[in-house]
Design a protein around this ligand. Sequence first.
Ligand code: CA
Length: 235
Amino acid sequence: MEKLRILIVEDEAAIREGLIDVFIYHGYDVDYAEDGALGLEKALTSTFDLVLLDVMLPTMNGFDICNAIRQQDREQAIIMLTAKSSDEDIIKGLSLGADDYVAKPFSVAQLVLRVQSVLRRTQTVKEQNQQITLNSQRVVDCLNMSGQFDGEDIHFTRREIDILNYLHAHSQRPVSRQELLNKVWGYAEDVELETRTVDIHIAKLRRKIEVNSSDPQFLATIRGAGYRLIADDNV
Ligand code: CA
């Protein structure tokens, strides 16, 4: 099996070297950058399964790097190393699309666990991208963005497949419209949110996947909480 690749962007040599050793020891393929601009360049020009991103960096800070990566690649797994456990830093990092954060000073064991957990989540999503089994009669082919329901060929848009995939990956709970806008559309948390856009897409999706779109059995509305996908192959 190919090793998972991690990019470590950290300017403090002692921490950086320590992290490199630890992740190599845990079986990862590791690359690193000592400053922000180089880190961003590596993140955008090479492929990594996860980017470990310090906040305080020379030439470009971790928030700006996170933001710039997100504009290019919604799926890139990112963990921020926040300088302090200040809520402000954490909220800022997560709202820019980081998957998780670890506050300095951190325990290495804790950080490794967080990295493994984020990678497990993102790798699972990747693996499940092939198809979604709503029930034995209704299987969505995510690669070809199509399905055959009741003998009829159905075609999905990229956005519809992304919505289904996201709901499927988080099927243990309802997903709010705002979360869909942030994660599927890639909108920043503080933009004026157009939740109606989500409703329109959900209505279109229901007409495609449901037997009766006014009585949805797969794409359920959870009142006051959002949407939830109820599929036979839910994880
Ligand atoms: Ca630093």
